[in-house]
Design a protein around this ligand. Sequence first.
Ligand code: PEP
Ligand code: MN
Length: 338
Amino acid sequence: MIIVMNAGAAQMDIDRVIGKVTERGLKVHLSEGRFVTIIGVVGDKKLLQDVPLEALAGVEKVVAITSGYKLASRQFKPENTVIDVGGVLIGGDRLVVMAGPCAVESREQLLESARIVKKAGADFLRGGAYKPRTSPYSFQGLEEQGLKFLAEAREETGLKVVTEVVDPQSVPVVCEYADVLQIGARNMQNFHLLKTVGRAGKPVLLKRGIAATIDEWLNAAEYIMNEGNYQVIMCERGIRTFETATRNTLDLSAVAVLKKNCHLPVIVDPSHGTGHWKLVRPMARAAVAAGADGLMIEVHPKPDEAMSDGMQSLTPENFTGLMEEVNKIAQAMGRNQA
Ligand code: PEP
Ligand code: MN
């Protein structure tokens, strides 16, 4: 349930409500809007049966939330969440672009990629140091050495770094180097990992599972938020359907559904969403038109030599073209350009 306080309720009244809830052993999460404070209550509601919450001073109303997720819902937090990553705001007016190779392959490949995406106007460098591959025989990533190259590229270009963490044990080492932790599609329901990043204190980019409903995806975000980390970015990257013309089916209606039901920023990854470089630009344009707060794009200096996902990686020229196009759409949508 959520407890909506009156506009301008006194701190004393808010504290009293929190006290009543926590003394019964339930947990509270606060959403402090510009005018209204909303108290999210997590735990067994029956323990509050005899507490006349609606009669307490400063309480406007008590609302039962029937969905499994609460903290991620717009009911709990009506305003959009804006996540500040060292001065880059995700979920604000400006379109944010994260770009780079699928995998960190070498120092040279990564630095070259970073220079290319920086020049074209990206804010974030992406690149996997730990690669969850479908086949155990495929390249598995450079691990900590890859993280060091990412940090070096950040040092040189000023780009922020987003990179995947694949298991709870490697959360501390990835936190040492990354600005944003990526949870991959294959791990979206790895609840132990979600709880661990929920305690890590870094923003998390949560990719949608290959076969996850939007509801399941929001519940995954809830796992992270319930640990006290409200800095979650949702990333639509396509789902598996009967369609074989594309690697996945990029579900752009998910952007609209999330914007309606949830306050978290939404990023779209048309690279994994389509699997073909020729389809990336049109779907990137569509994602921005649908209201996405940003894009994640795979870019490689030489896609035909990439160790993973070369088919869907853009050349430097194509990425520069994409940036010009999406900036026009952003402008048409009343957004600031990337
Ligand atoms: C990636 O971003 O390179 C990746 C592996 O993505 P996903 O988890 O969406 O497949
Ligand atoms: Mn990839």
